[in-house]
Design a binder for this molecule. Structure first.
Ligand code: MG
Length: 260
């Protein structure tokens, strides 16, 4: 009898414990909104860049892989792996927003990337809706392209930001209709077996001869809503963004890369 009572008491205690565990509720995580990962102050200080040759800032060195030399898009494809649809004309490449992002067919690890970009002189729109594009390193991490010559936005979404992670050290924009130059030095991440970073990716960005990201640690994927995520990956393409804003499409030229 004593054994039976002990058993009944034990069972009752156990079931109470499991009920308690099941019934306990915790607060729901609040849904993230885009503005929660945007900051506006301080704004990047304005720096007037030195004079560059508006014909082509610097042509490809002998060991570079030329990704766009003004002639064709043979090094590029759309994100379905089909022919890239952007418009090649007059030695430049203009975004065609109806055809989406484009990426290099070749994939890369560590590199030095040179590219030049220009928002049209008659650009319209405000904030993020004014000449928005971007360069995705290894197809994962966006260095922002935007017309911020006379256009404020959240600092960590400004031109040369690691989008929503790291604001640029300065605003070195040339005015619409003039070419901007990006030189990007990128070190790919090294992953642990569990998929987290052993060494996170880092990037240095020079715009028009001025350092705007100085060996910046990239925290993870580029997210419009929420926090960066760490996603294990290998080599990846250079991807150029076709942004969904309504402003006039921008153009690129003189794109080359050196593997490091
Ligand atoms: Mg962008």
């Amino acid at each position: 009898m004593k054994k039976l009572i002990f058993l009944l008491v034990a069972m009752s205690t156990l079931s109470q414990f499991s009920l308690t565990a099941q019934d306990k509720t915790y607060p729901q995580t609040e849904p993230m909104k885009p503005g929660m990962s945007e900051w506006w102050v301080p704004q990047p200080k304005k720096v007037t860049p030195g004079v560059i040759n508006q014909q082509a800032a610097i042509t490809a060195p002998s060991d570079a892989i030329v990704l766009f030399d003004g002639k064709d898009l043979s090094a590029w494809e759309n994100t379905k792996g089909e022919k890239a649809g952007w418009r090649v004309h007059d030695g430049i490449l203009t975004v065609d927003k109806s055809t989406g992002d484009i990426r290099t067919k070749q994939k890369f690890e560590n590199f030095q990337l040179h590219l030049e970009w220009m928002v049209p002189e008659d650009i319209t729109g405000t904030g993020q809706g004014r000449g928005n594009s971007g360069v995705y390193l290894q197809g994962m991490y966006e260095v922002q392209i935007l017309d911020t010559y006379n256009n404020e936005t959240y600092s960590n979404g400004s031109t040369g930001s690691i989008y929503k992670q790291s604001a640029p050290l300065a605003n070195v924009m040339r005015k619409p209709g003039e070419w901007n130059v990006y030189d990007i030095i990128y070190s790919a991440p090294v992953f642990k077996a569990d998929g987290t970073y052993r060494i996170p990716p880092t990037v240095t960005v020079i715009q028009n001869g001025v350092v705007i990201q100085n060996h910046t640690t990239i925290l993870g994927t580029t997210e419009y809503v929420g926090f960066p995520r760490v996603v294990k990956h290998g080599e990846g393409p250079i991807l150029l963004q076709s942004h969904g804003d309504k402003s006039e499409p921008l153009s690129f030229r003189n794109i080359w890369i050196r593997e490091l």
